[in-house]
Design a binder for this molecule. Structure first.
Ligand SMILES: [Zn+2]
Length: 204
């Protein structure tokens, strides 16, 4: 399988892995754009998110094309369920049963392995990594991140961008808890510019 590189393709503005995952669907110029188009994209996203530590090409070869396609389809389905949960309630009230069931299904199989690493200078480290033997295993770290978000006590900090045309989510980590935009570059400035134009055209 060909492994491509897509630098700067993904958005990392959500402050929570599960929200960055939902943000692999973007909405520029009024149409939804899929950033997870191929299994390659999914592997690169998992790596950039810090969830996959091994070599992508090796994982791809070990899993095989069929499992990778299954993982991609599963990832998109799961993302839709997470987005559904976010859209309906912002995770504040009830969480859809289907999302809970799917998350628990993915969390029910332990695929995390520990490894004690000693270096020559006497350093010691306990590493914990995900293992991928099936396509579905690729979704388990995403499920763990989603579960973490679901139990977050401050769900009001989970917010959708104020631009009504934007579908990006973020977790507001600002002290003032007043973040409104996915990013000033993407929506903040555009919106300010639109406000300015509106005010200006009313005056003229
Ligand atoms: Zn936005």
């Amino acid at each position: 399988m060909k492994v491509s590189t897509n630098p700067d393709k993904f958005l990392w503005l959500g402050n929570r892995v599960a929200l960055d995952f939902v943000n692999t669907e973007v909405h520029p110029e009024g149409r939804i754009e899929e950033l997870l188009q191929t299994p390659d994209d999914l592997l690169h996203w998992l790596t950039e998110a810090g969830l996959v530590k091994g070599k992508i090409a090796q994982i791809a070869t070990e899993l095989g094309d069929e499992e990778l396609e299954r993982a991609l389809k599963g990832a998109r389905d799961y993302r839709k369920q997470i987005r559904g949960g976010l859209a309906a309630t912002g995770f504040r009230k009830s969480i859809p049963d289907t999302l809970v069931v799917r998350t628990n299904h993915l969390l029910a199989v332990p695929t995390r392995v520990g490894r004690l690493i000693l270096d020559q200078r006497g350093g010691r480290k306990l590493a914990s990594e995900w293992e991928f033997t099936t396509g579905e295993d690729l979704l388990r770290p995403i499920a763990a991140a989603t579960a973490e978000l679901l139990v977050d006590r401050d769900a009001r900090r989970i917010r959708r961008c104020r631009n009504p045309d934007c579908i990006l989510y973020f977790y507001d980590v600002s002290k003032s808890n007043t973040r409104a935009w996915c990013s000033l570059d993407i929506c903040g400035n555009k919106s300010r510019a639109a406000d300015f134009r509106k005010r200006h055209s009313r005056k003229s």
